[in-house]
Design a protein around this ligand. Structure first.
Ligand SMILES: Nc1ncnc2c1ncn2[C@@H]1O[C@H](COP(=O)(O)OP(=O)(O)OP(=O)(O)O)[C@@H](O)[C@H]1O
Length: 248
């Protein structure tokens, strides 16, 4: 279980402190597919970057199974990061490496031997349906296939949590559906908890059992997706449901 308590992040800028997220409280249960939806600039990426400590929170706590991770450093931080996989909007693959070597890359960093790396890469490519592309290079794959590779790579170290930052925003709607289905399968079959940030309600409707709406740095509404959709309380949520997405 992940408990986010009173989490804030301030950035110092030349115009003084800027509040990117303010007093965030969220509970994400094991096995959830938890959507965080908000407009550009609302604070979604900052929140997700705080959860894997790419950004150090300014205030508050992030408890994973009861342990506050915000003070982790050194080796303990590395171990935590291995338990958290990350999927990005723009895939972020290494273009000079084969698909197999991209998937195996986190294991190389973790110091696994070559045989283990190749075996795991094979397993993962099978899970994402790309075994036949193991020897190809990213440029030879479609956007959807590249996102599958990045999902396989994110799973390399057997994470318990997958953080997905707008994973389908660069994809067409058919490909989006197939990536969302893959994420749902991974959640179901491997028991990986997923946090997915998006500006599109359709993504939330398709795979998230719970959702939080973030607006101007704060969570304004959260709950089970079906309840939020059938009975939105906040004006911003109503707008979101009418328009389908949160854009300025
Ligand atoms: N390193 C930083 N220094 C100063 N301000 C920052 C920094 N990182 C983010 N911000 C600001 O914090 C706010 C929230 O940014 P964030 O990237 O979290 O929003 P977002 O909801 O993910 O938006 P988008 O969907 O456009 O990525 C923005 O106004 C942004 O300019």
């Amino acid at each position: 279980m992940i408990e986010i308590k009173n989490l804030s992040k301030f950035f110092s800028t030349e115009n003084g402190d800027f509040t990117a997220i303010k007093n965030i409280n969220l509970t994400i249960e094991d096995g959830d597919i938890f959507g965080i939806i908000g407009m550009s600039g609302a604070g979604k990426s900052t929140l997700i970057r705080c959860i894997n400590l790419l950004e150090k929170p300014s205030e508050g706590q992030i408890l994973i199974d009861g342990q506050d991770i915000t003070s982790l450093e050194g080796r303990n931080l590395l171990i935590l990061r291995r338990k958290i996989g990350m999927v990005f909007q723009r895939f972020n693959l290494l273009m000079q490496r084969t698909i197999r070597d991209n998937v195996a890359f986190p294991l190389e960093i973790a110091g696994a031997d070559k045989k283990q790396r190749l075996q795991r890469a094979e397993e993962l490519l099978d899970i994402v349906g790309l075994s036949s592309k193991a020897g190809a290079y990213p440029v030879q794959l479609s956007g959807g296939q590249q996102q599958r590779v990045s999902i396989a790579r994110a799973l390399a170290n057997h994470p318990t949590l997958l953080l997905c930052d707008e994973p389908t925003s660069a994809l067409d709607s058919l490909t989006t559906n197939s990536i969302l289905k893959l994420l749902k399968d991974i959640n179901h079959k491997l028991g990986v908890t997923i946090i997915i940030i998006t500006h599109e309600i359709s993504v939330v409707e398709k795979i998230c059992n719970k959702v939080a709406i973030i607006n101007e740095s704060e969570i304004v509404e959260q709950g089970f997706t079906k309840d939020i959709i059938s009975n939105p309380q906040q004006e911003i949520t109503k707008q979101l449901l009418e328009r389908g997405e949160l854009v300025e």
